[in-house]
Design a protein around this ligand. Sequence first.
Ligand code: TRP
Length: 463
Amino acid sequence: MDKELHQQNGDGQVRQGDTARQEDSGTAERFSRSGFIFAAIGSSVGLGNMWKFPYITGQYGGAAFFLLFTICLLLIGLPVLMAELTVGRGGRGSASSSLVRLSGRKIWGGFGVLSIAGAFFITSFYTVVAGWTLHYAVLTSANALGKGTDFAATFFSFIGGWWPVAWQAAVMLITGWIVVRGASGIEKFNRILIPALLVILIIIMIRVLQLPGASEGVSFFLKPDFGKLTNESLLVALGHAFFSLSLGMGTMMTYGAYVDRRQSLGAATLAVGGGDLMYALLAGMIIFPTTFAFGIEPAQGPGLAFIGLPAAFSAMPLGWLFGGLFFVLLAIAALTSVVSLLEVPVAYAMERWRLSRSTATVSTTVLCFLFGLPSALSVGGAVGWLHWEGKSFFDWVDFIASNIILPLGGLMVTLFVGYAWKHAAQEAGLTAGWFRLWLFLLRYVAPVLIVLVFLHTSGIWSF
Ligand code: TRP
């Protein structure tokens, strides 16, 4: 999508062949500097921050989990983000061909296959939730959820029916339509949307902090109690650092390919990481005060944002306006993330099987939709019986993609930049001190932590 984006909005600078490496089949499209930052934040900020982060924080240990997540984001997420952007800019190709081009070895192309699997899995359940968001945007702005509503019952009867499938189809159609047409204006869209979302979130936060009982929620979110951590907490925190920063399946590599050589990747990494953390913090500071004020169970899983927030909106003056605005913005934030997810398999299919963009988009969209059906229907719906070990089909797809495929993808990137690629220093453009820190994290800290977390969670080694 980004190719068209830049031809159409014209503010990316197209500078062909300014270094030897980007001549051949590499892309010649460029993001403008601020446009790139907004596009990258737009991809990373989405349902991961506002829907998933609060509910896994509720399930896996509250403030202690938030602390683990922040540590994973800083020590592993940021170095991997920087690595993906650097590889993308160095290789100027898709997630798979950039790695092959930079290393000269075909074996690294396996990343393409892994990233497709990851993108497929994530898109299939992500679009289900994006659909819920659209439904709630309509409900709240139509003021259909008044004060006396039983918000939990409303949510469960909605996800237990067939409507989620229709909304998911709508999300897939909109995304497919954007990807096939080349997403003109997504960059500009993000430029307005991301700050608008920030303002709305701050207003809502100020309001919910005044609810009676809100302070209990704040301590749940910010006062760590390590006894609340579970066996899986660390793995989930690690997986979510990857998920939230859009890492581990080539999105940021694809974006890196469109970045101008003069742009500082270090500064971009800090901006995206800081932005992502800020939206997660705001989301937590809204959801937990609300859930505690309304006596809603914080560990109840995927429904948290859809039960807690409408309850808060109904209790505030002009709630339908704020609520409607919030869910519309959230739906759009989700869509910009879905576009960046879908683009990965589409770009790969075009490159690998020489398909046209429209054929690649239509087939990928249809396949993702079909694969998403059981997810849409397994959270209480027609296939609600699809449960193993306390997790629904939906939870399993999320668990496998976020906590297994994404960290594995991240591991490959760290090993690639840490050990296999000899010219990372040149491309990264960091000062000597920062470069040494980055390389140290990529070589020793990130891979070791990723492997340890895996061994631990799989039960091979308990510590
Ligand atoms: N980061 C997005 C969010 O938090 C989701 C997302 C977009 C993603 N692209 C990705 C997750 C690539 C993993 C990989 O909502």
